[in-house]
Design a protein around this ligand. Structure first.
Ligand SMILES: Nc1ncnc2c1ncn2[C@@H]1O[C@H](COP(=O)(O)OP(=O)(O)OP(=O)(O)O)[C@@H](O)[C@H]1O
Ligand SMILES: [Mg+2]
Length: 374
């Protein structure tokens, strides 16, 4: 039997835990003609949720045509055009209708290629001017708007469009998106402060134009039941204390919990033991050690020391308090604050704002568990 704890964003409804409410809310947005934003820290399950929702659309025979593009690797509007065109070409190719798309792009003379690794068409354009690039984005959106069925286009890691030089991409997209009648957008991103600024800052083009659907941690009780069920269905018994330990050691952060479950599943027999869980943790930390040492090399000793201190406390609310500084033998409050800012910028430390104020933890849960052992 295949390992049921997948380490990719989505495979099937059966191997995907919960997210019923988020899926329903996304579907609500889509069927009511609203655009949606999904914002959460990395590796909690945004991309998986998009695929889960797309599958639900198919299962319920809803009339939407779905498209997905991930712009995290894009550096310019050229890259955006290529990714958008390929997302559309991939779907049209599966329907054997890629000619329709080419007809819509006539004049832009795209070159069609083929990527054997992903078994999908590739496209390249040979335009020179910014106006041509903008025109291409507009043409592709118009093509989607003219599809027989309404379209859902998910743009993953959307905050990346801010990085493009020479173009105010948000304003450009907003201008092209506004007149569309037949296309709903899902904007997804993990850089919370940037995404929040894009969608809630009154001076930004996308201000208040979307419904925000937060993606938080899974309900630990529901997740434990999901994990237990998949062990059971594979003929394995997992005691409750092992389940609790798995979820708490990985802080119920989906990617990390899945990884530990995957390893425990792999090495356990018909009865999962505490030793299995312990061994699995050791294997995971050992496998990541080189990456962690690389991180250590990329930051200063004081920053590394501060990370250790945060890891040992798990969650830190008052990083400049004399208690925190004394217990971990850190230097001064201002130095801690400066290093903390750098670590947050580098996405090594995660900030969480709640009613009780801001708190800090180590972004990568496995790195946190590694650091607290040092
Ligand atoms: N509901 C779920 N059930 C089971 N596993 C999940 C679920 N959601 C996420 N995962 C696991 O967590 C991993 C991360 O999920 P995903 O890639 O969707 O997160 P993300 O929020 O898009 O992260 P990033 O911001 O890094 O792109 C997946 O590879 C999968 O292993
Ligand atoms: Mg993602």
């Amino acid at each position: 039997m295949d390992n049921p704890f997948i380490l990719e964003p989505y495979k099937s409804k059966e191997l995907f835990c919960d997210r019923e409410e988020e899926t329903a809310r996304l579907l609500d947005c889509i069927t009511n003609g609203r655009n949606a934003t999904l914002i959460s820290p990395r590796r909690l399950g945004k991309t998986g949720l998009i695929y889960r929702t797309f599958e639900e659309i198919r299962d319920r025979n809803l009339p939407y045509e779905t498209f997905y593009m991930d712009v995290s690797s894009s550096q310019s509007i050229d890259d955006f055009v290529k990714l958008l065109a390929e997302a559309v070409a991939g779907v049209l190719n599966r329907q054997n209708r890629i000619k329709d798309f080419f007809r819509a792009l006539k004049g832009l003379r795209p070159l069609l290629g083929y990527d054997p690794v992903n078994d999908s068409p590739t496209l390249s354009f040979t335009f020179q001017t910014m106006a041509q690039k903008e025109q291409t984005v507009k043409s592709i959106f118009s093509f989607l708007d003219s599809r027989r069925r309404p379209v859902v286009l998910a743009i993953d890691e959307f905050q990346q469009v801010r990085e493009y030089p020479d173009v105010y991409m948000e304003a450009l997209l907003r201008t092209y998106i506004q007149p569309l009648h037949n296309v709903r957008f899902i904007f997804c991103g993990s850089k919370k402060h940037i995404m929040t600024d894009m969608f809630t800052n009154a001076l930004r083009p996308f201000y208040e134009s979307t419904t925000n659907i937060p993606v938080s941690k899974l309900n630990p009780v529901v997740y434990a039941a999901f994990i237990e069920k998949h062990f059971r269905e594979a003929g394995k018994t997992i005691p409750k204390d092992c389940l609790d330990e798995i979820i708490s050691w990985t802080r119920d952060h989906t990617f990390y919990t899945q990884t530990l479950c995957n390893e425990v599943f792999h090495l356990s027999g018909t009865l999962v033991t505490d030793e299995d869980v312990l061994r699995a943790k050791g294997i995971i930390l050992a496998a990541n050690r080189d990456r962690f040492l690389e991180i250590q090399r990329l930051i200063t000793p004081a920053q590394w020391k501060l990370m250790k201190a945060i890891a040992k406390d798990e969650v830190v609310r008052h990083p400049t308090s004399s208690d925190f500084i004394r217990r971990h033998r850190l230097s001064s409050g201002p130095a801690v604050l400066k290093n903390l800012r750098t670590l947050v910028d580098k996405e090594l430390v995660l900030t969480d704002a709640s009613e009780e104020g801001v708190s800090y933890s180590i972004y990568n849960v496995f790195l946190s568990r590694y650091l607290e052992l040092l």
